[in-house]
Design a protein around this ligand. Structure first.
Ligand SMILES: Nc1ncnc2c1ncn2[C@@H]1O[C@H](COP(=O)(O)OP(=O)(O)O)[C@@H](O)[C@H]1O
Ligand SMILES: [Mg+2]
Length: 683
């Protein structure tokens, strides 16, 4: 073999530096350098190969360059070493040149090599260019600390293992981008699975379970199959079949906040929002239990009215700023409910009589000759309020029922009560005319059996909901939320609610425990949820509302231990805010121009070399770059067995046509289910 280091270096030599600038180095390849496979490094390796690495020895070690192009130049005078043959005619000779992008420096240390991003010293023209040895290559690719999870290997670099640090990969949001069929879903499923596996192997207490939390928002219903082997996984779906292990998805409507209700109903901030705020406050402060006594029922009834009145008086609406013309009619309507029943106590009966006589007094005063003055003064309202308060306490109502309620706090109520509350509040606020567009939307929502099962559940316990959707003690928590069967605007809101609830839960966890709870929220097909939107639209719809939630999580989630993973085939349609908050990228094949352009903008110039390969990546191959990876590396992701791949099979036209696979058609079954006629649909 080679005797001296100098000789060894010489044997790896492939060319000389011919041109150098801070971001570009041109190299003249030696004539005798390999032209397809290099054998001189010990193991055969493709050379010259786009995006492979070469090195230039400098004082401190080596400058590492990545090949960005290779070309041939016809040169009239080939340089040949050793020959002095003047008798021959020199024919133009193809000389090869390549361009490098300097990516970092490799320094020798006691135990091998260490790779660093960036250059302190630059090489100069005439310096030799060599091929890295196997060890050196590994040190380049395997740079970075806490390499804990193996996600694949690097085909360019002698199949070095590509390992990641989950803290980096998930800590600052990851975007997985690429065309359909390029392997995104498999990569995402793999990242979750391999992370859990590695944690399983390296956990401290071998008997405890991995304390992880992954929540997958799955709009196409691909993931339940991929994790079928995980028995602890919580798989939620809209239409539960009795046969499978899935559970009924529940995102009760009482979890929705004002913004989400407004987004869902496309409420206009001017006319609808106040009504919704008041309706939510009212309905959230009333505890409506079925089968209660008549007294209690009256107490609740009065309470809703009082709440509405108090809110209105406090907000100066509508009594102070302007008289409420509709109020008189409303009062008359309310009075119909102030009826004394046989079983009421004498005291309650008395206070009811007081209230009713006051109301009729007001009414008689107003029904004068011809002209009716509907205006109620503040004093009159106050008299009514105090009389109603008497009835309330005599009917067994308690003062603590009046604790100020936040309209957004998750206190259970039913859809029916919410509708009633909107109607009542609209009357008080005199907005009945405006809500004609609002109510039907909510009523339609509640009349769809599938949706109703998801959202109308008053008995659910918030604590249980958080444990089953985010995770509980002593459990490797993996939640898959299959949204595939929900109508699209409901999907957006349900997603927004789930994401916001998780985010708020994380915030509250941090506040109480002074430490954050690391949780990963995965968004498959993210363009459904974080679609770019127009900021100045007056009415924000469900998709915009959903996007805003994710923008907030993208901006602030890290502080609370919430990491996002988003996967999408249309990066150019995603919200720029969300995308710009992603610090790591796993890029699969992207062939569309606009998407490529966008991806290019994410990276500094001298790192773009490897991105040029993105349009031609085979499936399952990807480029990992950003915070999670010292250098952009090309990875061939680990292969998942068929049963662990998310289900995204292309339709098999041929097999079905030719009868190789059977497809029976039974539209009547589908039609019945569609129209809620079937045994299961009717409720
Ligand atoms: N890591 C992998 N392991 C096994 N098969 C893979 C892997 N990556 C991609 N594939 C194959 O490619 C196909 C498409 O991948 P998929 O993840 O569904 O793409 P995308 O989500 O980008 O549309 C899969 O059905 C699978 O056969
Ligand atoms: Mg997919």
């Amino acid at each position: 073999m080679h005797t001296t280091p100098i000789e060894y270096l010489a044997s790896l030599r492939v060319g000389t530096v011919e041109y150098i600038s801070p971001d570009r180095i041109e190299v003249q390849l030696d004539i005798e350098s390999p032209d397809s496979v290099a054998l001189n490094t010990g193991t055969p390796r493709n050379f010259p190969r786009i995006n492979s690495y070469v090195m230039i020895p400098i004082d401190l070690g080596f400058v590492v360059g990545q090949v960005s192009w290779i070309t041939i130049q016809r040169s009239p005078y080939p340089k040949r070493s050793g020959f002095q043959d003047f008798g021959l005619i020199d024919l133009p000779f193809p000389l090869r040149k390549m361009e490098l992008q300097p990516v970092g420096t490799l320094c020798a240390t006691e135990n091998g090599y260490k790779f660093k991003r960036g250059l302190e010293t630059f090489p100069s023209v005439g310096d030799i260019v060599i091929l890295p040895t196997e060890d050196q290559l590994r040190s380049i690719i395997e740079s970075g600390e806490n390499r804990r999870v193996c996600i694949g290997n690097s085909p360019l670099v002698g199949n070095a293992k590509v390992m990641i640090d989950p803290d980096r990969l998930f800590g600052r949001h990851l975007a997985v981008l690429g065309n359909t069929g390029s392997g995104k879903s498999c990569s995402v499923a793999g990242l979750i699975r391999w992370s859990l596996e590695s944690a399983e192997q390296q956990k401290i207490d071998k008997n405890a379970s991995v304390n992880s939390r992954f929540i997958v928002l799955d709009p196409n219903g691909e993931y339940s199959k991929a994790f079928a082997d995980k028995h602890d996984a919580n798989i939620y779906t809209v239409n539960v079949e009795s046969s499978d292990c899935k559970k009924q998805l529940e995102v009760p409507l009482w979890l929705w906040n004002t913004d989400e209700w407004c987004g869902f109903t496309k409420a206009s901030p001017k006319t609808h929002r106040t009504t919704i705020v008041h309706a939510l406050k009212t309905v959230r402060s009333g505890i409506n239990v079925e089968g209660i006594s008549k007294e209690k029922e009256l107490a609740n009834y009065i309470k809703v009215i009082l709440q509405a009145l108090n809110i209105s008086v406090k907000d100066g609406l509508p009594f102070v700023k302007k008289p409420a013309f509709g109020f008189h009619n409303t009062l008359v309507k309310w009075a119909k409910g102030f009826k004394a029943e046989e079983e009421f106590s004498t005291k309650l009966k008395e206070s009811l009589i007081n209230l009713n006589s006051k109301i009729s007094e007001f009414c008689t005063n107003r029904s004068g000759s011809g002209f009716i003055d509907y205006t109620y003064t503040r004093e009159e309202i106050n008299v009514l309020i105090s009389l109603m308060e008497c009835v309330f306490s005599d009917a067994g109502g308690k003062a603590e029922d009046f604790l100020p309620t936040d309209e957004d706090s998750p206190i259970p109520f039913t859809g029916e009560n919410f509708v009633r509350s909107i109607e009542a509040n609209a009357e008080i606020l005199n907005t009945t005319d405006y809500i004609v567009t609002l109510l039907p939307r909510i009523k339609t929502l509640l009349s769809d059996v599938r949706v109703k099962n998801v959202i109308d559940n008053e008995t659910l316990n918030l604590d249980d909901w958080l444990s089953s959707y985010i995770g509980a003690n002593g459990k490797e928590a993996l939640t898959i939320i299959d949204l595939s069967l929900l109508p699209s605007d409901v999907t957006s809101i349900v997603t927004a609610v789930v994401a916001r609830m998780i985010f708020e839960a994380q915030q509250r966890y941090l506040k109480l425990n002074k430490q954050c709870l690391p949780t990963v929220l995965v968004m498959e097909e993210a363009h459904y949820f974080v679609k770019r939107y127009n900021d100045d639209a007056e009415n924000i719809g469900p998709t915009t509302q959903c996007c805003k939630v994710f923008e907030k999580i993208a901006r602030e989630g890290r502080k609370f231990g919430l990491g996002l993973v988003l996967s999408s085939q249309r990066p150019s349609e995603l919200s720029p805010t969300v995308l710009s908050q992603c610090n790591s990228f796993l890029l699969h094949r992207i062939s569309n121009d606009r998407d490529q352009e966008l991806v290019h903008r994410l990276l500094p110039d001298n790192m773009r070399g490897i991105l040029r390969e993105i349009p031609s990546l085979p499936s399952q191959h990807a480029v990992l770059l950003g915070w999670a990876s010292e250098l952009p590396v090309m990875v061939k992701m680990r292969t998942l067995p068929k049963c662990q791949c998310p289900q995204s099979d292309d339709p098999d036209f041929w097999d079905v046509w030719t009868g190789n696979k059977e497809r029976k058609i039974d539209w009547s079954k589908i039609a019945n289910e569609w129209q809620n006629k079937g045994s299961k649909g009717a409720k």
